[in-house]
Design a protein around this ligand. Structure first.
Ligand SMILES: [Zn+2]
Length: 313
């Protein structure tokens, strides 16, 4: 979705070399827009609490690490429930990360504005992590917008380093926010059949995207790199987290933390690609290496899901 107009910019040289045989694969699971991603301006604390409970307990039972990226304004919007929900993400295999104060678009801000977002984004999570002898190591940009010009990209790289952050990468995107918009509508309309239909379509699409992005990374880098799954803390993922994790298991993946995943040399530097879009990392690596990939081969979510999500109920 976010790479419209991006794949067309890649040039020359096709991917070289054979794809190596299937190795032991790993994935880091990440959730954005904590404590709760909602379409509505005021998220209901009840929905947030219920969704969080499902995500955290399914993950804990499955013993799967995950990092949750927080928007401070969403913490505040939930009142006392906001910080309470985050404490669950500050222990055991779960870790907190910074996603900015608001869900800002770095394309629209200058570097001073971006720095303000980064610092104000720490208000709850930094002291919370420190109180348990933890630190906040990762920053993920909303929309994965990490510099629409080369000078801004370089300034962002410097800015993150000066605040002690690593840039959180993303390698698998399933447009879960779109499926969730449709799901939210079905929930509002109490349309159980539609809810189940959307869950099935979402899992089908996720299975295809997991395979697609794994293949794309192998094509571009010539090997398996630890995958990083981009999800949102929303109602749909709460309902489907168990089968979603099962999709990775069926595809031969084991689970690692984001910190473990990003020890791979592929993540040692931020891709040196300026773009106003938010493509997954394999597209950035391809462009960096002048490897031609055809983003049109990537499957779009079903048209009926987009239509249902977009229609007003
Ligand atoms: Zn986000």
């Amino acid at each position: 979705m976010a790479l419209v107009g991006f794949a067309a910019c890649t040039v020359s040289a096709s991917a070289e070399g054979p794809v190596p045989p299937e190795a032991s694969r790993v994935v880091a699971i990440t959730f954005d827009d904590l404590p709760y991603a909602s379409d509505r301006s005021t998220a209901s604390p009840d929905a947030a609490i219920a969704a969080q409970r499902q995500i955290v307990s399914a993950r804990r039972r499955a013993r799967v690490p995950a990092t949750g990226f927080v928007n401070e304004d969403k913490v505040q919007a939930l009142g006392p429930a906001g910080p309470r929900l985050l404490t669950e993400w500050n222990k055991g295999l779960l870790a907190l990360g910074n996603h900015g104060y608001s869900h800002f678009d770095s394309n629209d801000l200058d570097v001073a504005g971006i720095e303000k977002e980064v610092m104000k984004g720490e208000a709850t999570i930094r002291p919370m992590a420190a109180s348990s002898d933890r630190s906040i190591s990762f920053f993920r940009f909303p929309y994965n917008h990490v510099g629409d010009t080369e000078s801004k990209r370089m300034a962002i790289e410097k800015l993150l380093a000066s605040h002690g952050y690593k840039l959180a990468a993303s390698t698998i995107d399933t447009s879960d926010y779109l499926f969730n918009s449709a799901y939210e509508r079905a929930v509002t309309e109490r349309n159980k059949a539609m809810m189940q239909r959307i869950e099935r379509a979402y899992l089908d699409h996720s299975r295809v995207q997991i395979a697609y992005y794994g293949e794309l990374s192998r094509k571009v880098l010539g090997r398996d790199v630890p995958a990083i799954m981009l999800l949102h803390a929303n109602r749909l993922n709460a309902a489907t987290i168990k089968p979603l994790l099962g999709l990775f298991r069926s595809a031969g993946y084991g689970f690692v933390s984001l910190a473990q995943a990003q020890t791979d040399p592929a993540y040692s530097a931020m891709p040196t690609v300026a773009t106003k879009f938010g493509p997954m990392w394999a597209y950035r690596w391809a462009r960096e290496r002048l490897i031609k990939v055809d983003g049109r081969r990537e499957q779009e979510p079903p048209a009926w899901v987009s239509a249902y999500a977009g229609e007003t109920s």
